[in-house]
Design a protein around this ligand. Sequence first.
Ligand code: MLT
Ligand code: ZN
Length: 452
Amino acid sequence: MHTDRLAQQLSAVVGPAHVLSDPALRASYETDFTGRYRGRARLVVRPAGTAQVAEVLRRCHAARVPVVAQGGNTGLVGGSVPTPDGGEVVLSLRRLDGVGAVDPAVGQVTVGAGVVLSELQSRVAAHGLRFGVDLAARDSATLGGMIATNAGGERVVRYGTTRANVAGLEAVLADGTVLDRLAGLPKDNTGYDLTGLLVGSEGTLAVVTRARLRLVPWLPRRVTALVGLDSPAAALDLVARLRPLDSLELAEFFTAEGLALVLRTSGLPAPFRTAYPVYLLVECAGRRDPAEELAEVLDAVEPGRTAVALADADRRRLAAYRERHTESINAAGIPLKLDVTVPVAELPGFVADLPGVLAGRGRPYLFGHVAEGNLHVNLLEVAAEDEEAVTGAVLERVAAVGGSISAEHGVGRAKARYLHLSRSAAEIAVMRSVKAALDPEGLLNPGAVLPR
Ligand code: MLT
Ligand code: ZN
């Protein structure tokens, strides 16, 4: 169908102001957050609710036009932007931004896919609750995108990934069929878990429009510590000693190289007089003060290597050394970002072997969620002709030590061709069958997750 005619049809559904065809207006929807993935959308369409999403999808389905769903566009694997010549419609879910009433009886809330994480957190805080998943992109990332990628973030050690925090979903299939699983019943064993399947499906099986979220109590007593250490093995030793604490909520890792970049870009003062090879950021939280139990563990650390904060502003200042890695790396260039998990015990060996794997290709910055063995391997200055070889070499090493080529960012288009490193041929065949059953025309996010 000619684009003008499709635009006319979709304007009748969402209103002409919400169908963007002008290249200048489309631009911010066509490039990802790092500037690495760029495409060209046929149109950008901004529906206001589930009925409009269903009608837009129905019309695109009838016209056999592919669709890429997009939330806050903070994705890092090229899964939320159109392809250079795919002619996709970008379906922006940001206007689905309603937050329902908190249900205190079960500790749940229903939200639109376009609700921004920090907005959700401030709405539920009034009820003494929070959403257990938290991440540095909280001021832009939407719940729909977090659900599509099964986002992990910083508090997985305590609350699990997004999937564990979603009690139900409403989603629309490629042909416009609406699936409503919003009841959020804590117990419901009526067949296949469609919610669990759609979480992490990266917009390839359905478009998430609303979600029923599990909330956790907001724990008022918090303590944050930054510890300078000599090696990744020392960081893991400390994590092992912290794990038994009921209050452990966050254990984040970064290195001297990343900290230097953060200090340069942010102007923050150095946290210690001395630079250490690696750092661990820890947060503990409870109804009762967790500072004492944290102090007991940190007593074993050499004096001078620990900064502890109790006041919110001071805790945020310590967290910034870790949270500002992404923006500081982006400010220095367009990174090659490889988000991987290795078995926790393999992490020190993996880090030690990395220079050999990279063989001088790119400048590495390592940070991540060390309690899960989740490392963000960020590489700056990789020559364009080396990118594929470097990606392959790192991901093959991850697979060789029993890890996963995507910990929390998803597969997107960036890693689809490497899926076989983490999934067997039988598993990929099942995934293709599921895709064919839900989206037989292959119109939802083509090229993402499953290799073409
Ligand atoms: C983070 O841990 O800060 C996010 O996964 C973003 C990133 O990896 O850059
Ligand atoms: Zn992360």
